[in-house]
Ligand binder design. Structure first.
Ligand SMILES: C[C@@]1(CC(=O)O)c2cc3[nH]c(cc4nc(cc5[nH]c(cc(n2)[C@H]1CCC(=O)O)[C@@](C)(CC(=O)O)[C@@H]5CCC(=O)O)C(CC(=O)O)=C4CCC(=O)O)c(CCC(=O)O)c3CC(=O)O
Ligand SMILES: NC(=O)C1=CN([C@@H]2O[C@H](COP(=O)(O)OP(=O)(O)OC[C@H]3O[C@@H](n4cnc5c(N)ncnc54)[C@H](O)[C@@H]3O)[C@@H](O)[C@H]2O)C=CC1
Length: 194
């Protein structure tokens, strides 16, 4: 079977600087995906036209900045990640070439072959977070799987995580012993029903 070769990681966007180029509908989707997950994400939006709905959305996120003009190359200075979401594919190709040269990771809306990384569909229940990827094959399928998992994972999963954290802190002994105890107390979670 074909494999999804993408390597998932969980970024601390509150310690990284993100540039979003484009402030239209796609820009709004991308920025809300980031802020829903990382409300402290350090994001700068550059675009000559910023949708009112985007402006309204970021009103409560004081660290998010807007630059109202066309993209300039210096906007890439000191950025860790860049997301391109304008209506200008030629501009995307040009900026992407520069980010590659400057080794800044870049996502280009609607253009998988230019992306260094994809956004995923995200299930969030307290500290639990699950990221779903279909390898770009069907974002709609990723969304449906998110909805399914969101439905079946109990909302009180956070209590279980908090309890396990306490047990984890209280266990004495070496690393191997910790693994043994934690495997033991969680075994019933994966036992098949007879
Ligand atoms: C490759 C990728 C790159 C990237 O954008 O990062 C990409 C690419 C493209 N998306 C397109 C369209 C749609 N994208 C969505 C939705 C989402 N798209 C997301 C991620 C990704 N989209 C990455 C792969 C993720 C994976 O591996 O599965 C999600 C998961 C995360 C997020 O963006 O936040 C978010 C769901 C969030 C959620 O609800 O959980 C919907 C559905 C909807 O909005 O209801 C549609 C319309 C229906 C459809 O096409 O399925 C098009 C065609 C555009 C056109 O037609 O012109 C392309 C380009 C192409 O495929 O060529
Ligand atoms: N809206 C959607 O859900 C979908 C959109 N698309 C495509 O994605 C692209 C973007 O869509 P939208 O966000 O809806 O477009 P939009 O027209 O709402 O927004 C485009 C944004 O790009 C900005 N921009 C243009 N030139 C720029 C420059 N030189 N520097 C910085 N910013 C610049 C504009 O100021 C604006 O904020 C379009 O090509 C559209 O066809 C594809 C599928 C779905």
């Amino acid at each position: 079977m074909a494999q999804n070769e993408l390597f998932p990681i969980f970024l601390k966007l509150n310690t990284l600087d993100v540039l979003l180029v484009g402030g239209g509908n796609v820009g709004l989707e991308k920025i809300s995906a980031m802020l829903q997950n990382s409300p402290e994400a350090r994001i700068t939006v550059v675009a000559p036209m910023i949708l009112d709905s985007l402006r309204e959305y970021i009103r409560h996120f004081e660290q998010v900045q807007i630059i109202e003009r066309e993209f300039q190359e210096q906007d890439l200075d000191n950025r860790d990640l860049v997301i391109l979401a304008t209506d200008n594919p030629q501009l995307h190709a040009t900026i992407k070439a520069t980010t590659k040269q400057r080794r800044i990771l870049c996502n280009v809306a609607d253009t998988p072959h230019l992306c260094d990384f994809y956004l995923g569909s995200i299930v969030q229940k307290g500290d639990l977070k699950i990221a779903i990827s279909t390898n770009g094959k069907s974002p709609t399928m990723a969304k449906r799987i998110r909805e399914f998992l969101d439905d079946i994972i109990p909302d009180n999963i956070q209590n279980l995580l908090d309890n396990l954290r306490e047990i984890r802190k209280s266990i004495q002994g070496d690393f191997q012993e910790k693994i043994r105890v934690l495997n033991e107390v969680t075994a019933s979670l994966v036992e098949k029903k007879k």
